[in-house]
Design a binder for this molecule. Structure first.
Ligand code: ADP
Ligand code: MG
Length: 245
């Protein structure tokens, strides 16, 4: 494998007394697409939030694009610039239009000229198939449209890595596909490194290079998607899959 773009080495984290991440080891290659699944409360969100330091680990090392995550704020900022994140609840600014949501980061953080930021924003709105919604407010859009705005907003920051935390689990069923389609396209048409927490098995089979199963803060099993779903090795994985499939 080429030099990993994300490396977790013996990562441990506690919330108070509660051991939430237990000795995690994970190397992610550039352009690799990883799906993370596992029961609720198994530490999936905590793990991916540690990768852009929304949460702090207490033991072990996390290295992102050659930079180790420590308390050095400059390094945290540098890493956050490389890492985009899309959440279950879209986290758009409700008082700003779609276009303003998309240009805020590029103008204020990346210091791009406004016209250039707007042109980039429109390019990504085309990509997620809602250029006609640019002047609306988030509250005027469907959930699926809002999530596509959130994806476009991340792309406007030109990240090397995208983290998705259950991006479709808050959506009505009829909107899940339009968001997954955009994510499949993103995976297939760009070399973006993607880590996605999701239980959407069709998506995992289509785009994932590897599926990782977490339970009780541990990585229990990982494999290529077809092997993972068709021949799960661990008893806990089998139990989990029998409950969601
Ligand atoms: P998942 O995303 O797999 O559902 P999480 O990473 O959100 O799991 O949470 C893992 C465990 O850590 C859960 O038991 C949850 O209640 C607990 N937890 C999450 N965030 C906090 C927090 N800020 N403080 C204390 N416990 C937390
Ligand atoms: Mg979660």
């Amino acid at each position: 494998m080429s030099e990993p773009i994300i490396r977790l080495q013996n990562v441990n984290k506690w919330y108070g007394q509660f051991h939430v991440l237990k000795d995690l080891n994970l190397d992610v290659a550039p352009s690799e697409r990883i799906v993370i699944c596992g029961p609720s409360g198994s530490g999936k969100s905590t793990m991916i939030r540690c990768i852009n330091r929304l949460e702090e680990h207490q033991e072990g090392r996390i290295i992102v694009d050659g930079t180790e995550l420590t308390n050095d704020l400059k390094q945290i900022e540098a890493i956050r610039r490389d890492v985009g994140m899309v959440f279950q609840h879209f986290n758009l600014f409700p008082h700003m239009t779609v276009l303003e949501n998309l240009t805020l980061g590029p103008v204020w953080v990346l210091k791009r000229p406004k016209a250039e930021a707007e042109a980039t924003a429109m390019k990504y709105l085309e990509r997620v198939r809602i250029p006609d919604q640019a002047s609306k407010y988030p509250g005027q859009l469907s959930g699926g449209q809002q999530q596509r705005v959130a994806i476009a907003r991340s792309l406007c920051m030109n990240p090397k890595i995208m983290l998705f935390d259950e991006p479709t689990s808050a959506l009505d069923p009829e909107m899940v596909k339009e968001v997954l389609d955009v994510m499949v396209e993103l995976a297939e048409e760009t070399g973006m490194t993607m880590l996605c927490v999701t239980h959407e098995m069709g998506f995992a089979r289509k785009v994932a290079d590897r599926v990782i199963f977490m339970d009780h803060g541990e990585i229990i099993e990982e494999n290529a998607p077809d092997e993972f779903f068709d021949h799960p090795k661990n008893e806990r994985t089998r139990l989990f899959l029998s409950q969601i499939l």
